[in-house]
Design a protein around this ligand. Sequence first.
Ligand code: BGC
Length: 809
Amino acid sequence: MDDEGIDRLIGMLSLERKVRLLTGATTWRTAGEPGIGLREMVTSDGPAGVRGEAWDERRTSLLLPSASALGAMWDEELVERLGRLLATEAARKGVDVVLAPTLNLHRSPLGGRHFECFSEDPELTGRTGAALIRGIQALGVAATAKHYVGNDSETDRLTVDVRASERTLREVYLAPFEAAVEAGVWLVMAGYNAVSGTTMTASPLLAEPLKGEWGFDGVAVSDWAAVRSTEETGRAALDLAMPGPDSRWGPSLVRVVKDGLVPEEAVDEKVRRLLRLAGRVGALGSRDPRRVPASGASRDDRALLRRAVSAGCVLLRNDAVLPLDRAGLSTVAVVGVHAASPRVQGGGSAGVFCSGAVSPLAGIRARLRGRARVVYEPGPAPGAPPAPLGPDRCTDPVSGAPGVRLRVLDAAGRELYAEHRLSGRQLEPDLPAGAHTVEISAVLRPRRAGEWTFGVGGFGRMTLTVDDRTLLDGEFPADTDDPAVVHVTPPVHTARTVLTAARPVRVVARRELVPGRGRATVVAAAPPEPDPVTALKDAVRAARDADIAIVVVGTTEHGETEGHDRAGLSLGGHQDELVRAVAAANPRTVVVVNSGGPVELPWHREAGAVLLTWFPGQEAGAGLADVLFGLAEPGGRLPTTWAASLADAPVTATRPVDGRLDYTEGLHIGHRAWLRAGREPAYWFGHGLGYTTWEYEAVEVPGRVTAGEPFTVRVTVRNTGSRAGREVVQVYLSRPDSAVERPERWFAGYATVRVEAGRTASAEVVVGPRALRHWSEADRGWATEPGPYRITVGRSAGDTRWEGTVSIT
Ligand code: BGC
């Protein structure tokens, strides 16, 4: 429907009916208006998968690798295919709007949602995000570029006031959103934070540059519960307040319009955009609402996710250990808790329930079945809080089926509702009238005797009993308003008790329901931890007796989650010690790092090979085995510079001072900051090894280029190794004698080539005019300095293969 048609529909609505459309009908739905043929639209989080409306472990979703892995792919075609996969998942779940991609930057390695963002670099982030958006929207499902803008860390995210110069915003933090708008994104989500003193849901940045200069014609939606005023946000270029039905808009917005404080045209414009979106996703008029087949997960989908794992894996270092040759192996030691229980996704609102992930151990075993012996040793516990109960460990006390019993009780303790569930973590369960308490109970048969840790998670009054022992009974007040923490990842409170092996116990957790205390109840348990000294010894013995040792270490979703920044970058528990001991016992040790963002690798030079998998999604182990055994190359390159230790990292601050977080480093984040500080990181942005070697033979650049025109850098590379491979050729720019402040060197573009062994190919890196322009604060506009620019061609921000000059006229 064109805008004229839309305006006719708007003309049929009263002010009250119009304003009604501007707040969600539920947590995930927009309001419908049957009178004009508008149905409700369903939103759902991404980016790792599409959960759908229900937070229900029985309705599983395909789980992609984390965004940091997508950023590591440097492969827009593949990212676009993953976007299409998200769209088919959306269709399967009746979702119109996917709340992804996240386009904030890896400014500090401590950022809690680092795993959910692509890169430290605005260009790479913009290109990766645009690819995902194209993929999602190609099938008629809307994508959402979030969180506009400056939501690059989590500490006090609801209130933090980010201060960055106009130039910094334009060139660094706004740039990926500009790329998203160019890619035609249908929604942009305004973050919780403020920039330059104004909260983003009321920010002038929604009007300019987003809607004006860039021409964004879609919907500016609030982050969930980020609308905290009526008039200010109503006047601003924000279009949709989510969730609902409670909101600071609704009748209050009608009132301020009637009082003349917000013009009715502003309301019309919001409705116009909402209807335009509805037209795009097929929610307006009688047209078939969905253009994509609502398929279930197919073999092709799993194959794509498996390929995505190897495509995102970054091989940091390889002392001729990888790829492994099955023929030469008789015993392989697999070490580490993460090998059997990998972290496949980060924590927070983006989490989905996946239908069983392939662990590294399972992937390796499958590959070696009938060929070599696989010996597994968990090593010392990595120090994570207890995991929610699940069907692998306990049964429903009523039916005896694997899983738990969920009950809702009234104030007198009478059962109003009960059902069998699979998970001890229940979010947003359906609540009948009179609901007073949520109860989760299970029968646990302990495999190990000793002191178990039990936990109950949520806010409010909670009790936890194990048989007749009351382990916890108290009031646990919410110390935050952050919706993701309150509803999704509340803290888990723990207590210990001694259990006898194989003697079942009944575990009961109860939480009283009070408005504002969130919708999550969790019951968790962890067996007694093995003695770390013995566990370490067992791991070392296994490594020493094996041809190869594969150690999997990593973080947890508690460490990397929405709503909190990380306290440090070191691997938890005794993991560094474990890696060192195993690497000392067997020089052919491969260390696999399973984290969403950077961790310190103090032992990296002691290991035979170091491979990053990020949070790899459901096909984790299958894709990892492909890489380890050479069925696929590790395709990834670092999207973000990794520090040897946090203390070296030039930009780390995420803690606001007096409510303000000053981006004092300006343009200089990521590799730019390292170059400027003259410091050497452990691994540079762009770094990553494949399984072959490359020679950069020739580079051609035009001598002169007209400002505003793109130009091409042609790089001839030869595959000098013995197997086919893919090379990511990177181009950086610098301008030593610039009249304006510049990064030391900045990333300008990349191209990839696949080349057979011994052959050459030409990589054509197109450098767009965007890479040469700078924001002039004096003129409040873009400018391009004429004159010479240095071009650096390399394999990473720290590995230069060629330098030359281009002159801009
Ligand atoms: C997050 C968003 C998310 C929304 C809905 C917020 O807390 O910041 O990324 O889309 O919740 O779950």
